[in-house]
Design a protein around this ligand. Structure first.
Ligand code: ADP
Ligand code: MG
Length: 256
């Protein structure tokens, strides 16, 4: 059965999507079978994997409303090296439609279970909110990967997410745990970032991944080519860091 992880942080622009597609591509390179689930109506993980969100007939929206299975709605990205359950703007409506429905927070979980033995990893790219969409992600997952920038308010922003994860763990999904905090867009020349990084380590201990993702322009350029950075420029510092991170995840799941 696949190990299922949410990439979540209720802040926008912190590197969730970049982490999702590059971890997926890194895992693909070392022979892991990966499904990326795009749970953000912006569809950035879909586009960043080389799949045109506007051309999709079936998306995660149809899966949540149970009018399609993942087997029907997924697409293979040969370039990126993994499968994608895509999203587009239509998904924004699911939030409202789901509220009315039964098992509204468990629908993604049921859908993933049906394809779970076809994958080693399922990575769910969450929207920048603690919404019903994110809840579907958290209810489906074994763990959460939290990308974060080492900025002044980083720790403060984390407490809402940590509380939500605790509540989901207690009430809805006893499997759920924080797998780790991933330091992203890191610039070691900035003293403040070093300090926050140290604070994170002293506060969260081995919940902080060893791998650090540097700020690297190649990672930012890659989405406009419809590719994860790991595929776009594998030799770049950013890509190398995500390849290391994929290896770290493979090791980490052995301990779960
Ligand atoms: P989120 O999904 O949390 O909103 P994104 O992954 O889309 O965040 O990242 C926000 C922006 O920062 C994007 O333009 C992305 O290309 C850029 N970015 C993310 N990680 C890096 C990095 N390590 N180095 C440089 N730019 C990055
Ligand atoms: Mg995103």
């Amino acid at each position: 059965m696949a190990r299922i992880f949410c990439i979540a942080n209720q802040k926008g622009g912190v590197g969730k999507t970049t982490t999702t597609v590059n971890l997926a591509a890194g895992l693909g390179r070392i022979g892991q079978r990966v499904l990326v689930v795009d749970l953000d109506p912006q569809g950035n993980a879909t586009m960043g994997s080389g799949i045109d969100k506007r051309a999709l007939e079936l998306t995660v929206y149809d899966v949540l409303l149970e009018s399609a299975s993942i087997a029907e709605a997924r697409r293979r990205s040969d370039k990126a090296g993994y499968d994608v359950l895509g999203a587009n703007r239509e998904l924004a409506g699911a939030e409202v439609e789901l509220v009315e429905l039964e098992r509204r927070d468990k629908r993604l979980k049921a859908a993933i279970a049906a394809v779970g033995d076809e994958y080693d990893f399922v990575l769910i790219d969450c929207p920048p909110s603690l919404s019903l969409l994110t809840l579907n992600g958290l209810c489906s997952a074994h763990g959460v990967i939290v990308p974060m920038q080492c900025e002044y308010f980083a720790l403060e922003g984390l407490s809402d997410l940590v509380n939500t994860i605790k509540q989901v763990h207690a009430n809805l999904n006893p499997d759920l745990q924080i797998i780790g905090l991933l330091r992203v867009m890191y610039d070691p020349r900035i003293t403040l970032q070093q300090q926050v990084s140290e604070q994170l380590k002293s506060h969260f201990g081995d919940k902080v991944f060893n791998t650090v993702i540097p700020r690297n322009v190649r990672l930012a350029e890659a989405p406009s080519y419809g590719l994860p950075g790991v595929v776009f420029d594998p030799a770049s510092k950013g890509a190398q860091a995500f390849i290391d991170f994929a290896q770290e995840m493979v090791e980490r799941i052995k301990t779960l």
